[in-house]
Design a binder for this molecule. Structure first.
Ligand SMILES: O=C(O)CCC(=O)C(=O)O
Length: 279
């Protein structure tokens, strides 16, 4: 995506809350991701109606294969993050989402609802969802409500925040006419504001819908996944400087993220012992 294309993508996100980058993954990368999914799927059952009871999620994808690291730090996505967020923005979630036939619609929600600041407001997170198999209106393609990223708290009232419940039927009725299923080819990537109302669609087809989703947030926001605990420091030490920063090994000035008054990158040095535990 060249610079003018980046500008176009931003204009679409600003206007509607989302956009699609066609052909985001090359055929080769798509195949590598698909091979990983083949090897790993079948072991992770969804636990509630938000994760999806007929949906399989694999968390911490970024740590599972180098191909996912390259996708997380794709230059086209970083260009958007540089625009929307402060320096040292973070990866907040990295997961596979595979919706099987028979899945019902996910509750309507916004991805940055955790951050209980009054709306309308700028996004605190930005989500990407990459089609690993084609997305259709029948197989669970993500549904979005265009323009809802600008809605107030009153307008999004009834959307899912937490707990095991459906979105409010009043909201479901109110937005039904405006919902658009994202239809994408394998390899396309939807990018949307954390403030946008969306949901995984119902899968009424006979085929699965494989996807991966990386989400990013402002450097001062708490991340959904706690990568400090899910990825051992010796693994992070082998990653690129950008990924280390995305995983939280960075400072949001003047000192958010410090490790006993030092830069967190010190914690990745061989033999590092936290100062409070030194003899
Ligand atoms: O799978 C999808 O299409 C959307 C999933 C989603 O929005 C979520 O789990 O937060």
């Amino acid at each position: 995506m060249s610079l003018p294309a980046t500008t176009q993508v931003r204009a679409e996100i600003d206007a509607t809350g989302y956009t699609i980058i066609p052909g985001f993954l090359s055929q080769d990368v798509l195949q590598q991701v698909d091979d990983c999914f083949d090897a790993w799927l079948g072991q992770h059952a969804g636990r509630n109606n938000f994760e999806g009871l007929a949906t399989e999620r694999i968390y911490t994808l970024v740590a599972r294969d180098k191909v996912f690291q390259d996708i997380v730090e794709d230059a086209r996505i970083l260009a958007l993050l540089d625009h929307y967020f402060l320096p040292n923005y973070l990866l907040t979630a990295s997961q596979a989402i595979v919706i099987s036939p028979g899945e019902s619609a996910q509750p309507w929600h916004t991805d940055d609802a955790f951050y209980a600041l009054p709306r309308p407001r700028p996004m605190i997170s930005l989500s990407t969802i990459v089609a690993i198999e084609p997305f259709t209106a029948e197989n669970g393609g993500t549904q979005v409500i265009p323009g809802s990223h600008l809605w107030s708290d009153e307008e999004i009232a009834g959307s899912y925040i937490h707990g095991d419940h459906e979105s409010d039927p009043e909201l479901v009725d109110r937005v039904a006419e405006r919902a658009i299923p994202l239809e994408m080819n394998a390899g396309d990537c939807a990018v949307f504001a954390g403030t946008l109302l969306h949901r995984g669609g119902p899968n009424t087809s006979t085929v699965t819908r494989r996807a991966l989703s990386n989400q990013y947030c402002q450097p001062w926001a708490r991340t959904q996944e706690n990568f400090f605990l899910s990825i051992p420091p010796q693994e992070v030490a082998r990653m690129s400087a950008k990924l280390q920063s995305l995983l939280g090994y960075s400072i949001h000035p003047p000192f958010m993220g410090q490790v006993t008054a030092s830069h967190p990158l010190k914690a990745l040095e061989e033999g590092f012992v936290p100062p409070a535990f030194r003899q």
